[in-house]
Ligand binder design. Sequence first.
Ligand code: HGY
Ligand code: MN
Ligand code: MN
Length: 396
Amino acid sequence: MTDLADIADIGADARRGGFSRHGYDRAELELREWFTAEARARGLDVECDRNGNLWAWWGPPGDGAVVTGSHLDSVPGGGAFDGPLGVVSALAAVDLLRGKGFRPGKPFAVVVFAEEEGGRFGVACLGSRLLAGAIAPDAALRLSDVDGVTLADAMRSAGLDPTRVGADAEALRRIGTFVELHVEQGRGLVDLGAPVGVARSILAHGRWRISVSGEGNHAGATLMVDRRDPMVAAAQVVLAARRSAAAVDGARATVGRLIPNPGGTNVIPSSVDLWLDARADDDTRTRAVVAEITALAEAAAAEEGCTVTVTEESYGDTVIFDPTLRDSLSEALGGVPALPTGAGHDAGILAAHVPTAMLFVRNPTGISHAPAEFAEPTDCAEGVTALARTLETLAR
Ligand code: HGY
Ligand code: MN
Ligand code: MN
């Protein structure tokens, strides 16, 4: 809790509330410095890999390491726990283990993945996706933020060499087991009355950019019959997302971001960009929801004399965490519950490559990606104890 308090003024967003800390922006660079200092204070050796992920090694780096950690970046106006709780708990678990004289019997690292939320460059889990070879380097380097700054530019400004990004077989080989602790983003543990749980699965989920083009014009001088207003079509896409997802059991669809161009109060936009976040239990249902929303978007655009393009920006199929590892963690912790989650994580990317597990800490509000996100100090302490026990067992 002290560590979380330490960083509480970094990236605090007075306008939105909560925190805005995005890949390589000033706040996130400050958090990288904070993490590096905290890790070094614990005798860990910190290195930044070619994809911008930070690795704090307890002892010499090597293959088959026990790795724990999470991310420090946030969504715009995000909560204090999503990401940082996993990083802070990893450091606290190291404190607990060092305090009892434990020394890892194998390589051991605390990792901080870059741009997990995709809050600046639009692709979720960018650092772990690059490491795992799940996104092409040139496609990643071309990603740009709202000001047109590319990932390559941002990495260069942060002192990294963007030409080195890409699949990192050595980094993957070094991961023997990855365990990510994360605040629960939902009410599963609250409803079960349990402070800690393990992850069972992650929904299939992706992001699509929907661009509607019409005719920019004057809000006052243009008769209603003479309009080709992309905002009207965009509004129907938002409603279609709600209808289409509600019709498929367990599916979710969200439009949280919509940017009209040019965005004047007295201006009919010439185009509107909106982003769809769609998720469901499996690939088939997710794709079906997106297909229906796409068809409705095309019909709405046509009706309004507009055109529409739908571009997939990131996608990940359902993740089922390794049941053996999951159950052994759960048993070692006295039989904690195993929960599905609708939230994506770096652990979800790594699960396709190395044995991976997640620990969840109860969130009394169940709310996440908003300032109301919360975890009680006592539950956070339970999380640290559970993580330390897990890491000790794995690193004995
Ligand atoms: O969007 C997600 O599910 C995660 O928080 N990146
Ligand atoms: Mn998140
Ligand atoms: Mn997260």
